[in-house]
Design a protein around this ligand. Structure first.
Ligand code: MG
Length: 471
């Protein structure tokens, strides 16, 4: 009696809502899987879809065609550790102490790591019911208490810091000689599984391929629940290694070989998602942790039309590829809206139905309006702050950018120069940052300085933790 009453009530309720859905309509999907793939020191100009004439990247090109390609996407810092910290915490790296006044990144004799009090994207997504895994380079502290497994990742396969650390060169060999004629034994970096060392030195020639295989296996393993996979590739950071199958693969030399193998590993992820029927419920993002290491001649990448590269606060140091794919959800196209690695934190948590922390400043913004409504909207991010060694060197708002300090890096010009008044560039017509218009556009300069003042007023830096190293 009671159940038939319920059935009648249900029928009435359905009728009130209009026609019932056709029986073949699939159940509403759960929260999307999130896959974030990064390359290390890959430049803005290094992919086919970003205009490289010789390097072929069919899988990344496909991701961009099916999804969105961003032309103003930034790493939050021009070098590894701070950029990664910002991506995983949604915060400018100064806030978490992920910078140094003397040291730019963490080293194998560093004493510190990402503080336990920071909330990582892995923790936020784990708390929202996600399986979490990292496959690749960590670089946020190698001591046990700072490992990925202590920061919300249930599993880890990868290298704790850069692939050119733990030097072990033959007597008398110069560093540069080793970089250009690399042998695996020259860098005694460990390869880790969770908190155990698997290999030392890591067999770097196969590391890119193995990351791809591990990623495919992770997706297979977790296909029944929402998952977050963070896949920070070790390459193309110098020294360059690739597997035998990719030697001579590219018309772009050894650097091209390495990029093409990374592209192949991206293909392993996409193919696995397609095969398992997960692509329509998975956001896949590809970006880089900073610009190309241009002091390595043909072994370094290219920032295309942008000025300079890794380590600098010119556009080439921080503006990087940003490709988003989610078939059926993302509005395909090319966008020049401004985005940052930090925004992946806020965007992903929003999609997952998780909680963005409210007890601390969060700098990441939700990129959903651009991704899901239109690539043509201006987007929620209006500004970019460019820090180097904890110092604000430059600032972008809209199409304009001011430089307070300019300086090359890794032996490349220019020498450090402080600018007062600052240099002013209009990136919409001068993406290569060549024509200072500060004198012509005083009203723009004034607006920029007010924006910088507002930024500085809300920026509180932690202790510079990269400087804690040595015995
Ligand atoms: Mg890097």
């Amino acid at each position: 009696m009671r159940s038939s009453f319920c059935l009648i009530a249900l029928a009435v309720a359905l009728a009130a809502c209009g026609a019932p859905p056709p029986a073949s309509e699939p159940a509403a999907p759960g929260p999307p899987n999130i896959v974030i793939i990064t390359a290390d020191d890959l430049g803005y100009g290094d992919l086919g879809v970003y205009g490289h004439p010789n390097i072929r990247t069919p899988h990344l090109d496909r991701m961009a065609t099916e999804g969105q390609r961003w032309t103003s996407f930034y790493s939050q810092a021009p070098v590894c550790s701070p950029s990664r910290a910002a991506l995983l915490t949604g915060r400018i790296h100064l806030r978490s102490g992920m910078f140094g006044r003397q040291q730019g990144v963490f080293f194998p004799d560093s004493h510190a790591g990402l503080p336990a009090g920071e909330v990582t994207l892995a923790e936020a997504l784990r708390d929202a019911g996600y399986a979490t895994g990292i496959i690749g380079k960590w670089h946020l502290g190698h001591l046990p208490e700072y490992l990925p497994t202590r920061h919300g990742f249930e599993t880890w396969f990868g290298i704790p810091y850069s692939n050119d650390m733990d030097w072990n060169l033959p007597e008398g060999m110069a560093n540069r000689t080793a970089y250009f004629n690399p042998e695996v034994a020259y860098w005694q970096v460990p390869l880790m599984r969770d908190e155990e060392e698997l290999e030392r030195p890591a067999e770097q020639r196969t590391v890119t391929r193995r990351y791809g295989e591990e990623a495919a296996a992770f997706i297979e393993r977790h296909q029944g629940q929402p998952f977050f996979l963070y896949l920070p590739h070790t390459m193309p950071h110098m020294p360059l290694f690739r597997s035998a199958a990719f030697e001579g693969h590219s018309a772009g030399g050894i650097y091209g070989d390495v990029i093409e193998e990374i592209d192949d590993a991206v293909g392993m992820v996409l193919d696995t998602l397609d095969r398992l029927g997960l692509s329509e419920n998975t956001l896949v993002v590809f970006t880089s942790d900073n610009g190309p290491w241009t002091s390595f001649d043909t072994h370094g990448g290219s920032s295309g039309p942008l000025r300079h590269g890794k380590g600098t606060t010119f556009e080439g140091g921080m503006r990087v590829p940003g490709i988003f794919r989610w078939p059926g959800r993302i509005e395909p196209g090319v966008t020049n809206a401004i985005g940052s690695g930090m925004d992946l934190f806020t965007t992903a948590i929003g999609l997952a139905g998780g909680e963005v922390p409210t007890d601390r400043p969060i700098d990441g913004v939700d990129l959903s309006p651009v991704l899901f409504d239109s690539p043509d909207v201006a987007g929620p991010r209006r500004t970019m702050a460019y820090y180097r060694m904890g110092e604000l060197f430059a600032f972008r708002q809209g199409q304009f950018k001011v430089h307070f300090v300019t300086q090359g890096r890794y032996g490349l010009p220019p020498e450090r120069t402080d600018h007062d008044p600052p240099l002013l560039f209009d990136l919409s017509v001068d993406v290569g940052e060549r024509y200072d218009i500060a004198a012509e556009r005083p009203e723009v300069l004034e607006e920029m300085l007010a924006a910088v003042e507002a930024h500085r007023a809300q920026m509180t830096a932690g202790e510079p933790l990269f400087d804690l190293r040595g015995s």
